[in-house]
Design a protein around this ligand. Structure first.
Ligand SMILES: Nc1nc2c(c(=O)[nH]1)N[C@H]1C(S)=C(S)[C@@H](COP(=O)(O)OP(=O)(O)OC[C@H]3O[C@@H](n4cnc5c(=O)[nH]c(N)nc54)[C@H](O)[C@@H]3O)O[C@H]1N2
Ligand SMILES: Nc1nc2c(c(=O)[nH]1)N[C@H]1C(S)=C(S)[C@@H](COP(=O)(O)OP(=O)(O)OC[C@H]3O[C@@H](n4cnc5c(=O)[nH]c(N)nc54)[C@H](O)[C@@H]3O)O[C@H]1N2
Ligand code: SF4
Ligand SMILES: [Mo]
Length: 714
């Protein structure tokens, strides 16, 4: 039979069944040591989950192998003094030290001296409890999370257009019945492979896939039309498409009049984006733009989707607004089977942004500066609203302030590895080193955990239960299939034990079901209302879509059908002007660098670099560049290259491909050490979302002296 659950990695949350026992048969199993010597955990895809319907990618198939990673953390560790090595200790020693040190720093410097950093991989229960822990047990305003580096620009743009931020406008299966999908800045064939089947089904039914990407990716190879812009020019491109749509009389005037506001100002702006000008800015030929507009306008049902390529920019919020404007002029949002959607990235990237681990947020997608929201949530927490701190700083600002005179002196980190994944990684490492106390809860000694003063070993996905909200806004059950190894605790147990030591008021259950019951009450009446969702309903209904404000409410697969959750019920056009990259190319740094992902590695790689089959498939960092550019620079395929930006230098292998623009190179960001893409990236922030510009900066390249091959797992 086995335990039905979902993959630990990305937001598609593919359904899988975990079963125990039996002999090990190679790929797809994790062999358990210690108390359960010989037991194995076997992964099989579920075909009753619409998102993946029997499919899994290589990361999902091998997910159980991390349960028994040779260097899995199974005992707390701490440093007795600053320069001492990390040594195993007891849980009491570790937790006492964290509580005592946090209390001391708070007494000395005030409550904001202790900061918290969370992650979009945490279950709803954990994300909720972490936000409550920061506000109630520590009293700090300084909490944010890695989702700020992920979909925050799309969240901000969706909020201002629709009054709400929920990744997709309907079930992912709606895509298959679409007549056209425009995907801007997403490489789903590598980042969520089973998602491709919905797009393939659409194409089989006559629909067209249009992809906007500076690279001819695996996704583009399955598309009908490729628009290949210069990185950072998507606003101009989207405005150009809208210009053509209007010029050709294809805008949906009736829909615009009935369901939207603000079109006039956008029309005035896009007036100046005539096709030749847009071709000059973006490099996309006018006939391709015309073709894209024709395919979308003729489609009937259609979707405009964005992913990180069109979001991780210093103007990322405006970039998404420009694509939303196009979707609105086509009359898509709020029509069944059509709409604008953002492809959320992390496993619980959606739920993780709803329940309070974000600097400006309280559970239920409430604002922390809203007096009514504060009163409601403080009531659930059993504290005086006056005691709740106000908004804190965004992820990059928080990390940049660590250990400075006015900044936090301690950081508690759950579910992120910023030494690899944060922009300006070298500066972040320096800030972490300046802290009085760094505490990291993780399953493995990530690059960030290795720098910690206290390391707390946490339970993995197959060893805990809770809920995850996938990219559709569907709340799903994560179910425990095996007990954690001896010495390992769940994140809820860790948070509960620290709250107790800090004498925090209120309840600190370590039982996910109890925490979820409290989350439901805290979210009641908020935008992301979970109050009608129960574990039983999720089980019986195959997941429940939020908002779901009562037990007899069916949940909301398609939220905008009747009206948008804005004060007047109308969607808002928001004008967006092209600004170009924060750091443009020049004589010193003549090439654009963009960054992203490959199929076999996940994020900072802390997990996937430890799975042998994945490490073999994607063994080390590289830079992808066009053969013509390589020839000009004297760079050979497979040779070592120095890639240099104004912030640092990375040394990686060259991978030559005609699938990228001549003026652009690409690096995945999954590896540590001197090949880190984030030694180079530009931490310029979007003014609204505070998203860093991961997707474009200026670099120069030169061949490097040969160096030994990269060790896997390093
Ligand atoms: N294998 C794998 N899968 C993952 C993850 C992973 O780490 N590995 N992470 C998960 C997470 S958290 C996320 S957020 C998602 C991300 O999923 P995606 O957004 O699909 O992934 P990326 O590779 O970051 O970026 C997508 C594409 O954007 C393109 N791009 C770069 N610059 C620009 C630009 O200026 N404009 C446009 N239009 N495109 C541009 C890149 O060439 C790249 O092909 O993936 C999830 N799934
Ligand atoms: N250059 C560049 N940089 C990027 C991006 C890019 O496109 N380009 N993308 C950005 C994006 S979209 C994202 S989402 C970030 C992600 O980057 P990170 O925030 O570093 O994400 P992960 O590598 O998933 O790190 C998660 C860490 O927490 C641990 N972990 C996972 N789940 C849990 C849990 O439930 N509990 C605990 N205690 N620990 C857990 C893992 O073992 C791992 O060490 O990277 C960003 N950085
Ligand atoms: S697509 Fe995402 S959820 Fe599905 S198996 Fe791969 S990593 Fe897991
Ligand atoms: Mo992400």
């Amino acid at each position: 039979m086995g335990t039905p659950t979902h993959c630990p990695y990305c937001a598609l949350q593919c359904g899988m069944t975990l079963s125990r026992g039996g002999a090990e048969t190679g790929g797809g199993t994790g062999k358990r040591g210690g108390a359960e010597t010989g037991a194995t955990v076997r992964v099989a895809p579920r075909d009753d989950v619409p998102a993946n319907r029997g499919g899994l990618c290589q990361k999902g198939w091998t997910a159980a192998e991390l349960l028994t990673a040779p260097d899995r953390l199974t005992a707390p560790m701490m440093r007795r003094s600053r320069d001492a090595p990390l040594e195993p200790c007891t849980w009491d020693e570790a937790l006492d030290r964290v509580a005592a040190e946090a209390s001391r720093l708070r007494a000395l410097h005030g409550p904001d001296a202790v900061a918290v950093f969370g992650g979009g991989g945490l279950t709803n229960e954990k994300a909720y409890q972490l936000g409550k822990f920061a506000r109630v047990a520590l009293g700090t305003s300084q909490i944010d999370y890695n989702g700020r580096f992920c979909m925050s620009s799309a969240a901000a743009a969706s909020g201002r257009a629709f009054g709400m931020d929920r990744g997709l406008p309907g079930p992912v299966t709606d895509l298959a019945a679409s007549g056209a999908v425009l995907l801007a800045g997403g490489n789903v064939a590598e980042t969520m492979p089973p998602f491709m089947r919905h797009l393939t089904e659409m194409r089989d039914g006559g629909g067209a896939l249009i992809v906007v990407d500076p690279r001819r990716t695996a996704t583009v190879r399955q598309a009908d039309l490729h628009l290949q812009p210069v990185p950072g020019t998507d606003i101009a491109l989207a405005n150009g498409l809208l210009h053509l749509l209007i010029a050709e009389g294809l805008a949906d005037e009736d829909y615009i009049a009935a369901r939207t506001t603000g079109f006039g100002a956008v029309r005035t702006v896009v007036n100046a984006y005539w096709p030749d000008r847009v071709e000059r800015i973006t490099g996309v030929p006018v006939p391709r733009m015309r073709e894209a507009v024709r395919l979308l306008a003729r489609a009937g049902r259609a979707h405009v989707l964005t992913a990180r390529g069109a979001e991780q920019h210093a103007r990322g919020t405006d970039m998404v607004s420009a694509f939303i404007n196009l979707a609105l002029a086509l009359g898509l949002p709020g029509r069944a089977g059509s709409g604008y959607g953002c492809l959320t990235g992390q496993g619980n990237g959606q739920g993780g942004r709803e329940h309070g681990q974000k600097a400006d947020q309280l559970p239920g997608y409430r604002r922390i500066d809203d007096p009514a929201a504060r009163a409601h949530v403080a009531g659930v927490w059993g504290v005086d609203p006056e005691t709740l701190p106000g908004p804190g700083s965004s992820a990059h600002e928080l990390l940049s302030a660590l250990g400075t005179a006015a900044g936090p002196k301690a950081l508690l980190l759950f579910g992120s590895n910023p030494v690899v994944s944060a922009p300006g990684a070298a500066a972040v490492e320096e800030r972490l080193g300046a802290l009085d106390l760094l505490v990291v809860a993780d399953f493995v000694p990530s690059e960030t955990a290795r720098r910690a003063d206290v390391v707390l070993p946490a339970a993995q996905w197959a060893e805990e239960s809770g809920t995850m909200t996938n990219l559709e806004g569907r709340v799903l059950r994560r179910r425990r299939a095996v007990p954690p190894p001896d010495g390992v605790r769940t994140d809820l147990e860790i948070i509960g034990a620290l709250a107790g030591r800090l004498r925090a008021p209120g309840e600190w259950s370590t039982d996910p079901a109890e925490v979820f019951a409290e989350l439901r009450r805290a979210s009641a009446g908020g935008t992301a209302d979970y109050s009608g969702i129960t574990y039983e309903r999720i089980e019986a209904e195959g997941g429940v879509f939020w908002p779901c404000p009562s037990r007899d409410h069916p949940g909301t697969p398609r939220p905008y059908l009747d009206r948008f959750p804005t004060p007047d019920g109308l969607a808002r056009f928001v004008p967006a002007e092209h600004h170009g990259a924060d750091e443009d190319v020049d004589a010193g740094y003549p090439v654009y660098l963009t960054t992203g992902r490959v199929l076999a590695q996940y994020q900072s790689g802390a997990q996937t670099r430890r799975v042998p089959a994945l490490a073999e498939a994607a063994p080390g960092p590289f830079v992808e560049l066009h053969p013509d550019l390589a020839a000009r620079l004297g760079i050979e395929d497979g040779g070592q290259v120095r890639v240099e930006s104004r912030r640092g230098t990375a040394t990686v292998r060259a991978r030559l491909t005609g699938a990228i623009r001549h003026d652009t190179v690409f690096m995945p960001f999954h590896w540590a050490g001197e090949g880190r893409a984030n030694l180079l990236t530009n931490p310029a922030l979007d003014p609204v979302s505070r998203m860093p510009e991961f997707k474009v900066c200026a670099v120069r390249l030169e061949p490097a002296a040969a160096s030994p091959p990269h060790a896997p797992g390093a």
